[in-house]
Design a protein around this ligand. Sequence first.
Ligand SMILES: *Cc1c(COP(=O)(O)O)cnc(C)c1O
Length: 362
Amino acid sequence: MTDNSLIASVFRKEVLALSAYKVADASGLIKLDAMENPYNWTDGLVESWLETLKTCELNRYPDPEAKQLAQTIKDRNKIPPAFDVLLGNGSDELIQILLMALQPNASVLSPQPSFVMYQQISQSLGLNFINVPLLPNTFDLDLPAMLAAISTHQPAIIFLAYPNNPTGNLFNAESIKQIITTAKGLVVIDEAYAPFAGASFMDELIQYENLLAMRTVSKLGLAGLRLGYLVGAPAIIEQLNKIRLPYNINILTQVTAHFALIHHAMFDEQTRKICAERTEVYEQLGNMDGITVYPSAANFILFRTPKDKATEIFAAIKQQGVLIKNLSPQGGLLADCLRVTIGKPEENQLFIGALRKALLPS
Ligand SMILES: *Cc1c(COP(=O)(O)O)cnc(C)c1O
């Protein structure tokens, strides 16, 4: 037995107060909870990928800067040569690197609800995390409240997920620009869902010296690789590179991500299918009595269930073999809300059927 006083004397109080990020067990269930791409690779592509893997020298450390992969990422995303790219073991790691580089008492700002890791990592590092509620119903930014929070707290970093997770919407672009020009610190536009969004701030980087754009290959279809990238001015990336662990992108990820980005046609096709299915699921949810559905520019859809029924409905859907995400326990604007990731057409129809059944009076 470990003595509690040992734990309490060694670890920061912020760490003691945190709960670990929990991931639901999806064994045996149709998995529509984590924004994964549901499609597998074609057999031919798997074969040639395995051929490429044979060249990996696992006895050697990987290229610490993953130069070839970084270049492929720059080319594929048309990143102007004036900007640098920092690769992370998932964009989660990039958020952590950014936050670890801040002054000890720095403030970090993001709207609420948004991606939970901004808050989780800020708190684990003892930073002052500030959140500003989004507007009810539209989930857009409350611009006056955001500007007031910037003026009061002078955040070193503002995170804006675009589109936002878990709400799925794109914030008003003019509001974002005002936030970027008002902020004296950095603004990170987290474009985790860029493949599905048709909107981006990548082209705006050139306009604002405090702007960074962050992306990941996870939602595109490579969640298992753990690869994210942050694009920004070389002077900013240079500092962050000092915090990054030397070999943070392993050789299998470097080689596989490079391979996948070169064979992007298959992912482009999968993305098109997912976007078409998003429209289908959105319409079906919209036609359901008791359900309010919210527009999405991502590969998931947020919807609201009748009052105080979300947890029951979530459980009834799971009982029928489909795992989605219950956001209702987070409360606030997410009370009564569930989130479904867009899967294959047959998976989506199983979800719709399960939801219909869950909504029937018992
Ligand atoms: C999923 C997600 C991430 C994390 O991506 P990883 O690269 O898998 O760590 C970051 N930001 C947002 C908004 C996300 O939804």
